[in-house]
Design a protein around this ligand. Structure first.
Ligand code: ADP
Ligand code: MG
Length: 237
């Protein structure tokens, strides 16, 4: 049953520190739910990329993680998988409403993440919504108000958070800052910092970036608690 699976996963997570990157030859070596494994398989993902192997060892253990790797290295799955697992494993206790927020700089990136999430999370019961604007605020709210996972652009998310008294963020367990360097270079620093201050401090924060600029380092200090740094250099696969 569900309870047994979650107990087993929780037990296997305690053994993560014994694993190394090289042990994770396939996603099946990780403590992942059957639903996530099925979703990965159906989407055609079997072997994790280097940034995924490095970061999942820590993000699945619920550490804050900073992941640095160039575009195309697979950073999206490196945060979608821990979101699904964290929400799934806390579901049978007491869990409801908005549980995870992903912030990404552009609508296009938000769409792409949304698609990957819907594919890989297909077997799960979570609902996901896009908070990216381009439509009336009230109309957008009707569409996303019951979502468990929001994929958002910074300005629009902040607008909902500040203008909407029904926006409940107290159960947010995972925050993802995707393409953090791009978020900052596009001028979203202030919005992102406001969002960081609003979200519950006991959350897990995962920050991914292609480059590690000084501004990104400031953001890491503002948003992450004792993060584990995972970085993959050019030419390594
Ligand atoms: P990044 O965010 O680092 O730029 P993405 O997450 O967008 O990278 O992934 C880049 C490409 O790699 C996508 O086409 C994605 O489907 C593919 N990809 C990601 N992870 C895997 C994997 N484990 N196995 C095969 N392909 C993968
Ligand atoms: Mg990306």
């Amino acid at each position: 049953g569900l309870r047994e699976e979650i107990e087993e996963l929780t037990q296997r997570k305690t053994q993560l520190p014994e694993l190394t990157e090289d042990d994770i030859v396939t996603f099946e070596k990780l403590p992942l739910s059957i639903k996530t494994l099925k979703g990965l398989k159906r989407a055609g993902f079997t072997v994790p990329t280097k940034i995924q192997r490095q970061s999942l060892l820590f993000s699945l253990a619920e550490c804050d993680v900073v992941g640095a790797a160039k575009t195309g290295s697979g950073k999206t799955l490196a945060f979608i998988i821990p979101i699904l697992e964290k929400l799934y494993c806390s579901m049978w206790t007491k869990w409801d409403g908005l549980g995870a927020v992903v912030i990404t700089p552009t609508r296009e990136l938000a769409y792409q993440i949304f698609e990957v999430l819907n594919k890989v999370g297909k077997e799960h019961d979570f609902s996901a919504g896009l908070v990216i604007g381009g439509t009336d605020l009230v109309f957008e709210w009707q569409r996303v108000k019951n979502c468990n996972i929001m994929i958002s652009t910074p300005g629009r998310l902040l607008q909902h958070m500040t203008e909407n008294p029904d926006f409940l963020i107290e159960n947010v367990q995972v925050l993802v800052l995707d393409e953090a360097d791009m978020c900052l270079s596009m001028g979203f620093s202030e919005s992102v910092n406001c969002i960081l201050e609003e979200l519950p401090p006991h959350r897990q924060t995962l920050l991914f970036s292609a480059t590690q600029t000084r501004d990104v380092k400031d953001l890491i200090r503002a948003g992450c608690k004792n993060p584990v740094f995972c970085s993959v250099h050019e030419h390594s696969k």
